[in-house]
Design a protein around this ligand. Structure first.
Ligand SMILES: [Zn+2]
Length: 179
């Protein structure tokens, strides 16, 4: 049995990126996709997926995640740019984690197959970079996914429509990683 933590990026108090046209906060998108991922993972009898919310603040998040004893950790975010034409898919991992890199490669490729956005690649980050603090201080292979840019209105329309397929693709990436 593999315990898979699905970390919902941001919180109701600090909602992350914001799309003015759509009056849409990132936390909402992260929460919807995280729940889809949980559903998709629960279809595999070997997986015990569960959601982790940032309820004690960002500083305590790595510890809060570690206390749930995960085997794999997926943090769910959506990208944003001041340039609304920017679009693409990327996945972050901690630069010293080869397991994180392998998991990032497999999940990134699966997400691209479904979304067909530009491949912005997998990105090695250190603890000073965006998302790096949590990637650094967690005890299991972890990735942070950014499936698409929520600053692009058309991207949101397409991305949200594909949420279920995207979640299934992420599950396939995890299954391949565990093989
Ligand atoms: Zn975010």
């Amino acid at each position: 049995m593999k315990r898979i933590a699905i970390v919902v990026g941001h919180s109701v108090w600090s909602k992350g990126a914001y799309n003015e046209n759509l009056n849409l906060h990132e936390f909402y998108l992260n929460d919807v996709l995280a729940k889809e991922i949980k559903n998709a993972l629960s279809l595999n009898d070997d997986f015990t997926p569960y959601l982790v919310y940032r309820k004690n603040g960002y500083a305590k998040l790595p510890n809060d995640i570690n206390h749930t004893s995960p085997d794999i950790i997926i943090s769910v975010h959506h990208n944003s740019s001041a340039n609304k034409n920017v679009q693409g898919t990327e996945t972050l991992y901690y630069h010293k984690s080869t397991n994180g890199k392998d998991l990032a490669t497999l999940v990134q490729n699966k997400m691209l197959e479904v979304l067909e956005f530009r491949d912005r690649g997998i990105k090695a980050v250190d603890s000073e970079d965006r998302g790096g603090y949590v990637l650094r201080y967690t005890n299991a292979p972890m990735i942070l996914i950014e499936p698409y840019f929520m600053s692009d209105d058309d991207g949101v329309a397409k991305g949200t429509k594909l949420n279920t397929e995207l979640a299934m693709a992420i599950r396939e990436g995890i299954e391949e990683y565990l093989k």
